[in-house]
Design a protein around this ligand. Structure first.
Ligand SMILES: [Zn+2]
Length: 298
């Protein structure tokens, strides 16, 4: 039973959260935010995307940031990779875990990555083993897996096809992304058993966005069907820069609070996490939102 396992929270705020901010956060400040998250007990962090700075200037300092944060014992850092150039930059820097992102629809892949889904998959087939040779771990991420903002539902066979390519190049961890927050508990309860049935050896995670509070319900649904790695962002920052409407990420503090109530161990101290959240707000100027507030907060 999934409930007897520990929960792993993958903090994606430094990547998904920051990429949507207009004002550049200085690299030192980013490192300080990450340190506060680590102090709170966060042990798995997606710290940046090695995307071309022209596309997302906010993440142009991915390599420099990694130099500042990498020596934290017990912390796993993951970088998002959109293309070969990005992969080269990450591996050169000594990044130990990379996740290659592919969109489940051609429309989404063209908008986000400027190539068709098949072209992305061809690239992965070609260079997948390069990651292994560099001694790094290769993970897969499927954006819009739970729905495309224009095309809607994605057939499960399409997800299978992408996962198959990830498996061919040795990925054991695959992230299913609700990139714009249109999933529902019903959809999640249906999808993950199908995925687990087709690929029993894959370790799944779910990347959650939040529209009108459904994100947290989706997190719980995923947990209940055996997904033990949940992706969230401190202070609920985030959102797909290419989606037609914004939906912030599920807030890490909401997840920790929920799972504390369920008696599920995440290893994260909520009080310290709230300090990290306040620190983030002091930098990005985010106004406190009621739905991501601490319940004891006055
Ligand atoms: Zn996202």
């Amino acid at each position: 039973m999934a409930k007897e396992q520990n929960l792993t929270i993958l903090e994606v705020g430094p990547r998904d959260g920051f990429q949507n901010l207009v004002e550049f956060i200085p690299t030192e400040k980013k490192a300080q935010i990450i340190q506060k998250l680590v102090d709170a007990g966060v042990r798995y962090i997606e710290f940046a995307s090695f995307v071309h700075p022209k596309w997302i200037p906010q993440l142009a300092d991915a390599a420099e940031l990694y130099s500042l944060i990498k020596d934290r014992p017990g912390v796993t850092y993951r970088a998002l990779i959109p293309n070969e150039k990005g992969l080269e930059r990450a591996l050169e820097k000594g990044v130990k875990e990379v996740t290659w992102v592919v969109c489940a629809t051609d429309r989404g892949n063209l908008a986000n990555l400027n190539m068709t889904t098949e072209q992305s998959l061809e690239m992965i087939r070609r260079i997948g083993t390069r990651v292994k040779r560099a001694g790094a771990k290769f993970c897969g991420s499927i954006a819009y897996a739970l729905g495309d903002p224009i095309e809607g539902d994605v057939p499960i066979e399409k997800i299978f096809e992408i996962v198959r390519v990830f498996r061919q190049v040795g990925a054991t961890d695959v992230s299913i992304a609700d990139s714009i927050g249109i999933a529902s508990p019903l959809k999640i309860r249906k999808m993950f058993p199908e995925l687990a049935n087709e690929f029993p050896d894959v370790r799944w995670s779910i990347h959650l966005h939040n529209i009108l509070g459904l994100g947290i319900a989706n997190a719980l649904a995923a947990w209940e069907v055996g997904v033990t790695t949940l992706e969230s962002s401190i202070a609920g920052l985030g959102g797909c820069p290419y989606a037609p409407y914004p939906g912030g990420n599920v807030a890490t503090e909401e997840l920790v609070y929920l799972f504390n109530k369920l008696g599920v161990h995440s290893g994260i101290n909520l009080d310290k996490l709230m300090e990290a959240r306040d620190f983030v707000r002091s930098i990005v100027g985010e106004k406190p939102k009621k739905q991501v507030g601490h319940p004891e907060e006055k």
